[in-house]
Design a protein around this ligand. Structure first.
Ligand code: URA
Length: 233
């Protein structure tokens, strides 16, 4: 197994706070044990800190109408990070990503790729619900997207699956439409390290336009193949 799906608790936080004060050692540890148990706990702590910041965020007007910030979850050292668009009604009420109709669609695609929510991380480019589920506005994307970038930096996924136009265009820094981006794995990089990107249609798009469903299924099969190939390396 190359990463840890469950939180190991045998290391005390005091020990962690001592070693994390020495960035030289911790850098070496992360290089040597890319997805180690220490990394899992450190990453979990960093994500918790970021979550607390976002929960009181007032960078854009969506903070005035939200019920809950949807930070995302769950594996802090996930190999696969899924980046969606923005919370809908159910997500806004529960604080969890993809729990509504789009979540059901997404779950079926994850099943196809033999992935569980425990082993991946799901986040959105916009963390608060746009009223009536309208598209996020440019000022909202500008205000919120650095949080997704920070999540990627902390989690260090091997591949980011971008769901739909907004996440795909942000991660790839392009204006190309999702119809031409989808289905091809390309390289991108955060400030820390490179990662692969697989743009796909947003699962909700297949609810309104069933002709998109076969493309989504094909792309999640491609994700499985890519992961299997990486595991054999
Ligand atoms: N659509 C998204 O993009 N994100 C969610 O969390 C729910 C629906």
């Amino acid at each position: 197994m190359s990463w840890f799906p469950h939180s190991p608790d045998f290391l005390g936080r005091n020990f962690l706070s001592i070693i994390s004060t020495n960035s030289h050692y911790i850098g070496a540890i992360i290089e040597l044990h890319e997805k180690c148990e220490i990394c899992y706990i450190l990453s979990m702590d960093k994500l918790e800190e970021l979550k607390q910041t976002i929960e009181v965020c007032r960078r854009c007007p969506l903070s005035e109408t939200r019920n809950k910030v949807v930070f995302g979850g769950s594996n802090p050292t996930a190999r696969v990070l899924l980046a969606g668009e923005a919370p809908g009604k159910n997500e806004d009420l529960s604080g969890e990503p993809f729990v509504g109709a789009a979540g059901k669609k997404l779950q079926a695609l994850l099943d196809k790729a033999q992935l569980t929510r425990d082993e991946i991380f799901i986040a959105n480019i916009v963390k608060c619900r746009p009223p009536k589920n309208r598209n996020p506005k440019p000022n909202e994307l500008r205000a919120c997207s650095p949080y997704l970038a920070e999540q990627i930096k902390i989690i260090q996924p091997k591949i980011v699956v971008t769901l739909g136009t907004f996440a795909s265009q942000f991660i790839l820094q392009t204006k190309e439409p999702i119809t031409s981006l989808r289905g091809r794995i390309v390289e991108a990089s955060s400030s820390e390290r490179p990662f692969a990107v697989l743009p796909v249609f947003h699962p909700a798009a297949a609810i309104y336009d069933p002709s998109k469903q076969p493309f989504l299924e094909k792309d999640f099969e491609l994700l499985r193949t890519w992961l299997d190939e990486r595991e054999q390396q």
